[in-house]
Design a protein around this ligand. Sequence first.
Ligand code: NAD
Length: 249
Amino acid sequence: MSTSRLALVTGGIGGLGTAICLRLSELGHRVIAADLDARADALARFHERTRAQATSIQFRALDVTDHDRCREQLTAWEEELGPIDILVHAAGITRDQTLRKMTLEAWREVLAVDLDSAFHLCRHLVPRMMERGFGRIVHISSVNGQTGQFGQTNYAAAKAGLHGFTMSLARECARHGITVNSIAPGYIDTDMTRAIREDIRERIVASIPVGRMGRPEDIARTVAFLCADEADFITGALIPVNGGQFMSF
Ligand code: NAD
C-alpha cells in the first residue's frame, strides 16, 4: 500500500491528464491538476468529470513553458499544500507540418511545451525530492518519439529528447529514492487524436494489433503503477502502452 502523497499532473485537464488525476486520487493521493486556464470548455469538462473527487483534485493555472513562473508557482504550492512527491508531466502539444513547410514558431512552440518544460519542472522539484529521499517522476513521451512520424520532426524530436532527459535524470536520482521513467503511449482516444482526419484515424486503428485506440485509463493505470512506493526498482525505463503497434526490445 502506497503512502498518501501530493502529486502534480501537468496537462492535468487534458484527456490523459484528467484520467491520471482521477486514478491517483482513487489511490488516496492529493492531486494538483496544472494546466493553462485559457480553455474554458476543457476546464468545465474537467470540473464535471472530477466533481466527485473535488476534495482531492484541484486545478491550478500553470504555463509549463515559463521557467520563472514554474519556480514561483511550485514554491507557493509546496508552501501551501506540502511537498510534491509525484510529478506526472503530461502537458504536450502538436504542430504538425512537414519539415519543408515547418515554421520556426511551430518548431519552438513544440520544443518549449513538450521538452523545455521538463527542465523547468524538474529543476525545481528534484533538489527538494533529493532532500526528502523520495520522488516519482513520470514523463509522457510518445510512440512517435520512438519511431518518428511524417510531419512531426518537432514532436518526435521533443518526445525522443524527453526520454533522453528521463534516462540521464534517472541516473542522477537513483541513489536518492527518486525514480524517473517515461511512458510512450500509442494512439489514445483524446482531443489530440480526434483532431486527426477520419480516414487517417481509420488507417491508424487498422495498424494496431489490439484493434482499437487506447483509452486514457490505459495510461493512467501505468502511471499509477510507476508511482507506487513499491516501484522503486524501476527507473530510466520507457514503458510502451500502444496496443502492440510498435514492438521492440
Ligand atoms: P490533450 O490535448 O487532451 O492534453 C494536453 C494538455 O496539455 C492540454 O490540457 C493542454 O491545455 C495542456 N498544455 C498545452 N500547453 C501547455 C502549457 N504551455 N502549459 C501547461 N499545459 C499545457 O492531449 P492528451 O492526448 O491528453 O496528451 C497528453 C500527453 O500525452 C501529451 O504530452 C501528448 O503528447 C502525449 N501523447 C498523447 C497521445 C494520444 O494519442 N493522445 C499519444 C502519445 C503521447
